[in-house]
Ligand binder design. Structure first.
Ligand SMILES: N[C@@H](CCC(=O)N[C@@H](CS)C(=O)NCC(=O)O)C(=O)O
Length: 228
């Protein structure tokens, strides 16, 4: 049985975009897993993997850290129901994964940071204030978020244009059905969904329709998760 160490916030909210990638990858492959909720200040739980960040999986005796490494491990160890049908798809998926990390996640973070800090477990609050305060250069998260929202939502919508162009022509980034490229990007929308009431997409946006389809995947796994 695979154990997934998943970042946890207050009231069992699961915010981490990277952990959502791993959960969708496991669900796609039809693999069962045991969930191990892990707070920011519970890094001792993932010390066995020599990790500081989530997700981590323990698959028998094998420890794997980093969401991309987890996806590659799962396809190698369990070739059925591949996340990538071939090497070309794996490389295209790596591009979407990196684009989401560098461009999309970086744009979403300032838009939700105060909402995120508000929803962290009380015992992790000091840690997130210190670590994210250092990253942003301010501990005034509400002010930072409000300023970011003045232009940030429309900038994000523009940044999503490469995905929109694909989603005008096909249902998923992976084609007629979803593959890991979809999970890489959708993880970001799960992050926002779990932590912030902010409306990121317009209803008539093809990315919005895709997000709805993604929410429905695997028995509505995303939609059933605790929302902000
Ligand atoms: N490249 C890593 C990034 C993982 C990551 O940044 N995880 C965040 C949660 S979203 C984390 O564990 N942060 C812990 C901390 O900030 O102490 C991946 O794809 O798994």
């Amino acid at each position: 049985m695979i154990t997934l160490y998943d970042l946890v916030f207050q009231n069992d909210r699961r915010p981490s975009p990277f952990c959502w990638r791993a959960k969708f990858a496991l669900a796609h492959k039809g693999l069962a897993w045991k969930d191990e909720p892990t707070g920011f200040t519970e890094k001792h739980k993932i010390a066995f993997a020599d990790a500081q960040l989530l997700p981590v999986i323990k698959d028998g005796e094998v420890a794997v850290k980093d969401s991309w490494a987890i996806a590659c491990h799962l396809d190698k160890a369990y070739p059925d129901k591949p996340l990538f049908a071939n090497e070309q798809e794996r490389l295209a998926g790596q591009f979407t994964n990196g684009w989401t990390d560098v461009t999309i996640n970086a744009q979403v973070f300032p838009l939700v940071v105060a909402d995120l800090v508000d929803r962290v477990r009380p015992e992790d609050k000091a840690y997130i204030i210190e670590s994210r305060g250092k990253r942003l250069g301010t501990a005034d998260f509400a002010g930072f978020q409000a300023r970011a929202r003045e232009k940030g939502v429309s900038t994000l919508r523009t940044a999503l244009e490469p995905a929109r162009r694909v989603l005008r022509e096909q249902k998923f980034l992976g084609g007629a059905t979803s593959n890991y490229a979809d999970y890489a990007l959708f993880g970001t929308f799960m992050w926002a969904y779990a932590t912030s009431p902010l409306v990121l997409l317009e209803n008539d946006d093809p990315v919005h329709s895709w997000r709805e389809r993604m929410f429905d995947q695997f028995d509505g796994m995303g939609r059933k998760a605790k929302a902000a």
